[in-house]
Design a protein around this ligand. Structure first.
Ligand code: PDD
Length: 286
């Protein structure tokens, strides 16, 4: 089925949507993005994603393409036009183009480019991987220093997923100065003696919208949380490990660099958090 996508004010069949070859998103990766999940035709934590988008734009001195209300309307219209029950909405804002390639930013009145499209993923909430868990490898984190800004510079994370695939695993955790930063497209956690450990927020990691929600829900469920740096060895020796993201929700990790975590099966805390997260975020979905 041909998707209807959104580009700069227009809803078009995917094959007819175009962006300039001079667009800075294309030439310079001068762009930010968000991925919002859809469950039962509703947006999960739209507000969180909209607020983070605003922050990413601000950090890069990039103009907002439209208001938050307009963004919500576009998201909802795309869900409706494409009949999405479960899936994701990808949004990208670029600094646009003034018709040439230049390292210097174009003039301030250059219009940003706004593109959104849907990804239909029936069965997203019931992903089989949530029952088996995923295997990860560790790789060095060689990304730039502002990982808190959700830019489209995804070449290294993409290479990380390929390294994992080649090693017979599903994903990779990145390590800097001996400590885990995050997964290629998710935040990383382990559980030891009932305590959930994850790296604190800084410029070194993306401030996950799912992370924030899951930590809040864990706290409400009287679970103990410690935000601190941790190593791969600690996570390997933990009782459980898991990752969070808008598209994977809470996903158990059962193996790290070939070593089983705990019993090598999804742990009860990850399973419980996934259940609470899906339940609570669906209730609050709009
Ligand atoms: N990735 N860390 C990184 C590097 C990410 O790319 C993501 C999200 C996260 C989790 O953030 P959130 O909970 O807000 O989704 C953490 C999205 C899903 C992606 O690139 O597809």
């Amino acid at each position: 089925m041909t998707r209807t996508v959104y580009v700069n004010g227009q809803y078009l069949p995917e094959g007819e949507a175009t962006v300039s070859i001079f667009d800075r998103g294309f030439l310079m990766a001068d762009a930010v993005y968000e991925v919002t999940s859809v469950l039962q035709g509703k947006l999960i934590d739209f507000d969180g994603h909209a607020v983070r988008l605003e922050r990413s734009l601000k950090e890069l001195d990039m103009q907002a393409p439209c208001s938050k209300d307009e963004l919500l309307e576009i998201h909802r219209k795309l869900v409706e036009l494409n009949g999405i029950d479960e899936g994701m909405i990808y949004l990208q804002v670029t600094r646009g183009s003034d018709g040439d390639r230049d390292f210097v930013f174009p003039s301030e009145d250059t219009k940003p480019t706004l593109v959104l499209f849907t990804q239909n993923k029936p069965g997203l909430a019931d992903a089989p991987a949530a029952k088996t868990g995923i295997k990860i490898i560790s790789i060095e984190d060689i990304r730039w220093g502002r990982r808190d800004i959700k830019t489209v510079q995804l070449l290294y994370p993409s290479m990380g997923k390929m390294m994992a695939k080649k090693a017979g695993a599903d994903d990779a955790w990145m390590v800097e100065d001996g400590h885990v930063t995050e997964g290629t497209s998710n935040n990383a956690y382990f559980v030891k003696d009932g305590k959930i450990v994850t790296r604190p927020l800084s410029n070194d990691i993306l401030h996950g919208i799912t992370r924030r929600a899951v930590l809040r829900m864990a706290e409400e469920a009287q679970m103990e949380i410690e935000e601190r740096l941790f190593t791969i060895e600690e996570a390997q020796g933990a009782d459980e490990a898991f990752v969070t993201s808008a598209s994977a929700f809470v996903m158990p990790v059962v193996e790290i660099d070939g070593k089983a975590v705990g019993e090598g099966v999804p742990g009860p805390i990850a399973a419980r958090l996934r259940e609470i997260y899906l339940d609570e975020s669906l209730k609050a979905a709009i």
